[in-house]
Design a protein around this ligand. Sequence first.
Ligand SMILES: O=C[C@H](O)[C@H](O)[C@H](O)COP(=O)(O)O
Length: 232
Amino acid sequence: MNMDQLKRQAAARALDEVRDGMQLGLGTGSTAKHFVELLGERVAAGLNVIGVPTSEATRADAERCGVPLTTLDEIDHLDITVDGADEIDPQLNLIKGGGGALLREKIVAAASDRMIVIADDTKWVPTLGRFPLPVEVIPFGLGATRRAIEKAFVECGVSGQMAVRKAKDGHVFVTDGGHWIVDAQLGRIADPASLAKALSAIPGVVEHGLFIGLASSAVLAGGEGIRVIERR
Ligand SMILES: O=C[C@H](O)[C@H](O)[C@H](O)COP(=O)(O)O
């Protein structure tokens, strides 16, 4: 089974948790896209749900698949958010934002009763940090923000190169919110909760890709089948 088939399997398993009448957060990325497509098939067959997309890309996918959409201004909570991740550790802390959608993803996950993470099992790691940590920043005063981020890294015992993310066309990547992303190659983040707190305290940082205590469960698809891990 190839990687894409594993992603679809994980998405299909998460779909088992969806009930009629639910309000759903719809994640972003190649794995979440499978979930949106499978959800669309169920909607076409009569399932009544409504979704909040975590990016303009997911909005377009959901519209194409016929999934009805709303916003967090029109409803007061979500039952489940189903989203992918770039890394998942055994405490179900995550690195997200490889696709640049971390800000909306975190807002939507935090407004949800449960967050189910779906992934192929290569995303499962003993310690976060091999995947570059995305930090969403305001372009204004970026030099000062970068220095403050470096200081936070030192205080949290991590270090590594930082680079402003570029889009495929070579221009600076701009998020749906109009911000930039700095990717930090940290290698190993021993204390992700402390680093998350330190980054959140920096004025020019809009959000970062550490999702601490947000995921309720992870559905990991691998060569030997599906593993569901619940947060203790
Ligand atoms: O910004 C993007 C998101 O955090 C994605 O959920 C994450 O990058 C995983 O994406 P994929 O399922 O494509 O690996």
